[in-house]
Write a protein that binds this ligand. Sequence first.
Ligand code: GDP
Ligand code: MG
Length: 236
Amino acid sequence: MMTTKRDSALILLTLNEIEGLRALWDQLPIAEFREVVALDGGSTDGTQEFFKEKGIPVVVQPIRGRGVAFRCAAEAVSSERLVFFSPDGNEDPADIVRLDDRLLDGADVAIARRFGPGAVNEEDGEFIKLRARVNDTLSQVANRLFYTGPRVYDTINGFRALRRSALLELDTTVKRFPIEYQITIRAMQRGWRIDEVPTKEGQRIGGERKASSWPVGVDHLKVLLTELPRSRLFTA
Ligand SMILES: Nc1nc2c(ncn2[C@@H]2O[C@H](COP(=O)(O)OP(=O)(O)O)[C@@H](O)[C@H]2O)c(=O)[nH]1
Ligand SMILES: [Mg+2]
């Protein structure tokens, strides 16, 4: 029986994620997407070989960084809708098609939110929720400064979907982790429709975290400062 594939691209972002990749592979809706591409930051743990065995094309970035990866992805695929997924255990594969569905429904950007009603984040069982507090503050500031639309709860999660043309139009500059924050803020500045899907964030399956909290937090503040001239403070 012929099934119609989604006319969109699933982009798998990896930097040494072999354990997560192996554990999650069977849950990924590979067959549903017209294009599937691995965008790799230079893995040396067998991640690239794993993709090749599965017949997934691997694009290796010239330099590291998630920001670089987002832009390389836009160059590497031809689909108009892009869903970004990182197979490290934090992101729930069941939400991949839900994000694409939000774009089909007309959203410009769709984010899996780890905060707000019905969502769960990694720290929910812990006593001190430092990362959640920082994330929430960054999101509240972004909403206040840049957006008049409905509240966006998770402005920085990397598990998201957006139109390829939108990503190109945003002309992003961030090389590393806060790429998602810059994308969200620039979409807010343009008054674009940002939909969120409540998600359950899981624990990392193996390997190592590449984002260490302190420098990444500072990098987010730098993005905020760079975008500030186009905030509602100066343009409203
Ligand atoms: N393509 C690519 N992926 C990256 C890079 N840095 C991190 N990632 C992937 O992005 C995802 C999130 O990184 P992680 O360190 O878990 O950050 P956290 O989820 O914010 O703690 C993981 O799947 C990483 O393998 C990079 O430079 N290039
Ligand atoms: Mg992670």
